[in-house]
Design a protein around this ligand. Structure first.
Ligand code: FAD
Length: 282
């Protein structure tokens, strides 16, 4: 195993464009350290990126809140800008891991580790988050929902990294918000099921609806079919038996050490129900 510490973003991008074999980025190291310890990662190059200033920090432009990929969850939780502009996003991450992990773990690492349980992903999905990807030869922006292609698989090219995350300025405005993560305990808990939702209800009718789930498929995703069923529906006409049938098509929960698939399915359904029946905060 070889460790590399580039001095600048330019140098980082040049180095990664020349590496053909296995490589990993060490941002906060909270996932990668465990993979090294467990011998899941044995070879390849480990490239430090958490000191590169262009990759860190939270700022805004006219249209977006921009979060650098190596921004830690502590920075997110303490950001005044996020408190003003995206308070739902910020508050939902208060229970991320523990204070120690929050000060190391980064938002880019949470996404690129590719775990179905990554806390930030369902939240970013309902907020219509985008990723800015950068390489030595190009820079492109994609919708986060198009990033994942399978379990720990994404569209990132071998010489690309996540530079930043964009969230539209008005992503939360006027929405009723919902986020619940079910784990084995309150602190330091990896999600067994997570549901994030935004809804706009006018005269009892659902005018806009976004629901995303984590830990229930190979990667967190929006529930497009359920959203289609709910759009423009009067709240009193929602048929939860129908939602149960659609949900069977949309999620494929697994049984593992933490929970079985039937439990995951029922809890997910109950959380969706709780979100839909949650009184309008406006
Ligand atoms: C005790 C403990 C508790 C935890 N609790 C939670 C929790 O509550 N919720 C949760 O979601 N996770 C949790 N985690 C998992 C982990 O902390 C998060 O996934 C974290 O956000 C990973 O970020 P990192 O910076 O440490 O990633 P790293 O370990 O540095 O990297 C992880 C992966 O992402 C890749 N990567 C990193 N940055 C980039 C980039 N900019 N571009 C492309 N690829 C990149 C690396 O190559 C690597 O494969 C926990 C972990 C531990 C050890």
């Amino acid at each position: 195993m070889e460790f590399i510490k580039p001095n600048t973003l330019k140098e980082l991008l040049e180095i990664i464009s020349t590496i053909t074999g296995e490589k990993y980025y060490f941002a906060g190291g909270t996932d990668i350290n465990i993979q090294i310890k467990k011998d899941i990662i044995r070879n390849g190059k480990i490239i430090f990126i958490n000191h590169i200033k262009e990759l860190n920090g939270i700022k805004e432009d006219e249209n977006y809140i921009l979060i650098g990929s190596t921004t830690t969850f502590r920075q997110i939780i303490e950001s005044k800008l996020l408190n003003d502009k995206l308070p739902f996003f910020q508050k939902s991450l208060n229970n991320f891991a523990s204070p120690l992990i929050q000060s190391q773990a980064t938002i880019g690492g949470n996404i690129a580790n590719g775990s179905p349980t990554a806390d930030v992903v369902p939240l970013l999905l309902v907020l219509d988050g985008k990723l800015e990807l950068i390489s030595n030869s190009m820079n492109r922006t994609i919708n986060l929902k198009d990033f994942f292609t399978g379990y720990k698989k994404f569209i990132l090219k071998p010489d690309e990294i996540i530079k930043s995350i964009f969230i539209p300025q008005n992503a939360e405005n006027g929405f009723d918000t919902f986020y619940e993560k079910i784990g084995s305990r309150k602190a330091l808990s990896i999600a067994k099921i997570a549901v994030a939702g935004l809804k706009k209800v006018v005269n009892n009718e659902i005018n806009e609806i976004k629901i995303a789930v984590g830990s229930l498929n190979e990667y967190p995703r929006r529930l497009d079919l359920i959203e289609d069923y709910l759009l423009n529906k009067d709240l009193k006409d929602i048929d939860f038996k129908k939602i149960r049938i659609i949900l069977k098509e949309e999620i494929t929960p697994i049984t593992d050490l933490r929970s079985d698939k039937d439990y995951r399915f029922e809890v997910c359904l109950n959380l969706i129900k709780k979100f839909l029946l949650k009184p309008d905060s406006g």
